[in-house]
Ligand binder design. Structure first.
Ligand SMILES: [Zn+2]
Length: 550
């Protein structure tokens, strides 16, 4: 099958999304990751529009890109001037990128009403600008802005704009659904019409190569890109995680696996697809945007199973409830615990965590019943893997605490208008040794965390790498006012893992302590090589077993 060129515009169109900004250095780092993934074109920015993008292209000049062509973006020349005198086109040339993308108008509404220009001057602007960049040796990608809307309004004129670009030597003609309002069946018929028309019109020996640039306003960006590919487009535009203006662009973390794993259309070098989830994470981390759990292929929930029937089925054969092997895109199967869970969920989780459910004469039925009882009391284990593992170990009498609490005391002081101050004293024992420490904190939980950390630090020096990253409190049952039960979630991380723990009590400090203590027990067990190694070995084995059957 013919390969498809992947054109990434995370650094340009992506940054037009709400709350998305990258510094020039961050852009460079992302560009290097995209190159590593094997993306063909990386649109770095619009050098004619801002100094940050100019700086990015200066930085990019000094780097070597193995797979990608760095591409500078801009518009066609201004009306009534020579292309050579256009500041925006000159700015593109100064970036010294091998490739340039320029957008022009396809829709009379934009040409006449918005730009106050004439239809014929618009055609001349497109042709001149493409020819000018070609004469300077650039590969030219022509973005036909609002093409689908323009075509629906005035197909004859919309096609003329494409012919102008093609005859002037454009290497790629990219049809843009700028407003994102087009549907896949419309994309199909319009792409077919374009192909028929431009082939019939002759193209001065310039081979027509079509691209698609779609936006997600109808939730159809990826579907529209695939529809265009099915009708012969050879280039797809998109952004990592679908970031972009309004509802975003076509998401490359969807398009890449769909093209390569589902349609057998090679689009990135072989062996690279496994890095997709990590690329998605890298870009969301850099953008400081919480990753979307339900994002297809790369989201945390993309291969998560909750219902007991599903879990018992995937234990027999994962194909029963998975459309592909999660490892293909670098993701992982997850089995969630919840009140929907059955015996299979518990057995699967136990195997994954390396906990022997049969140990000490236990049986999983009793454990499932106990879990359901706890969930009824307010625990929620599908989001607290760390506590779940500790609880399984406790139920099966395999839990080896790495410290024991003797006592703690927390005091809070409030003086007039001054902020509250919190102070905690804690007494723990590790083996036969006892330790008492005290610490302050911004609140009672932070004081307790600091005191426990200080006490444990004398026994376990590696704790510095562990941080609490999230702390959430929910009221479990709102009817009892201040006596209601609360559920506390704590999310912790170190350099290679994130884990969540939970506590439930009528007392917020008690609930926080449970979650906090579990978090430290989990980390210490992991450091001691108990939980961590076992869980990873088990997961790898499950995955291999499951999918090697297919
Ligand atoms: Zn766009």
């Amino acid at each position: 099958m013919k390969p498809i060129l992947v054109y990434d515009t995370t650094l340009r169109d992506g940054t037009q999304g709400e709350n998305i900004t990258f510094t020039a250095d961050e852009k460079l780092k992302i560009a290097l990751r995209l190159d590593e993934m094997g993306i063909h074109h990386i649109e770095g920015g619009w050098p004619g529009s801002n100094p940050r993008d100019i700086r990015f292209f200066d930085l990019a000049k000094r780097e070597r890109f193995t797979n990608a062509r760095i591409t500078a973006f801009g518009s066609t020349r201004k009306p009534g001037i020579e292309a050579a005198d256009d500041a925006n086109l000159q700015a593109i040339l100064r970036t010294e990128t091998p490739s340039a993308a320029i957008f022009g108008k396809s829709w009379p509404l934009h040409v006449e009403t918005i730009m106050d220009n004439t239809l014929s001057e618009n055609l001349a602007m497109i042709a001149d600008s493409v020819a000018f960049l070609k004469s300077h040796g650039r590969e030219v990608i022509y973005d036909a802005e609002h093409f689908f809307d323009g075509f629906k309004d005035d197909p004859g004129y919309a096609l003329k704009t494409l012919a102008a670009a093609l005859h002037a030597g454009a290497d790629f003609i990219v049809l843009c659904d700028t407003n994102g309002g087009t549907l896949p069946h419309e994309v199909e018929s319009i792409v077919q019409a374009v192909t028929r028309d431009l082939d019939r019109g002759g193209n001065d020996g310039n081979r027509l190569r079509l691209g698609i640039h779609s936006h997600n306003d109808c939730g159809m960006a990826a579907a529209n890109a695939i529809a265009a590919v099915n009708c012969g487009a050879v280039m797809v535009h998109g952004t990592i995680n679908g970031y972009g203006e309004r509802c975003g662009n076509a998401d490359l973390t969807t398009l890449i696996p769909v093209l390569s794993a589902k349609m057998n259309r090679p689009c990135i070098p072989e062996g690279k697809l496994g890095g997709l989830k990590s690329l998605s994470r890298y870009v969301s981390e850099t953008a400081n945007i919480v990753p979307l759990n339900t994002r297809p292929f790369v989201g945390r929930s993309a291969f998560a199973h909750k219902g007991g029937i599903h879990v018992s089925a995937i234990m027999k054969d994962p194909r029963a409830y998975e459309h592909m092997n999660p490892e293909t895109v670098g993701n992982q199967r997850r089995v969630l615990m919840s009140d929907l869970a059955g015996k299979s969920n518990v057995e699967y989780k136990a195997r994954e965590m390396g906990v022997d459910l049969q140990a000490n004469g236990c049986d999983s039925k009793t454990i499932v019943a106990a879990i359901k009882q706890m969930e009824d009391e307010g625990y929620q284990f599908d989001v607290a893997d760390g506590s779940f593992q500790i609880m399984l170990e406790k139920f099966t009498e395999q839990f080896k605490p790495l410290f024991d609490l003797e006592s703690f005391r927390v005091t809070i002081e409030k003086d007039k208008d001054l902020p509250c101050s919190a102070h905690a004293t804690i007494k723990i024992s590790v083996g036969d040794t006892q330790e008492i420490t005290a610490a302050e904190g911004l609140g009672p939980v932070s004081a307790l965390d600091n005191a426990l950390r200080k006490a444990l630090g004398n026994f376990y020096p590696d704790l510095d790498s562990m941080k609490l990253v999230d702390f959430k409190v929910r009221v479990v049952d709102g009817r009892d006012g201040t006596e209601a039960k609360v559920r506390v979630f704590i999310e912790s991380r170190d350099k290679d893992q994130i884990w969540s723990t939970i506590g439930v009590s009528e007392d917020i400090i008690e609930a926080s302590w449970q979650a906090l203590a579990d978090s430290f027990q989990f980390k210490l067990a992991k450091e001691a090589g108990q939980a961590f190694d076992a869980s990873h070995k088990a997961t790898a084995q499950n995955l291999k077993l499951g999918w090697s059957m297919s």
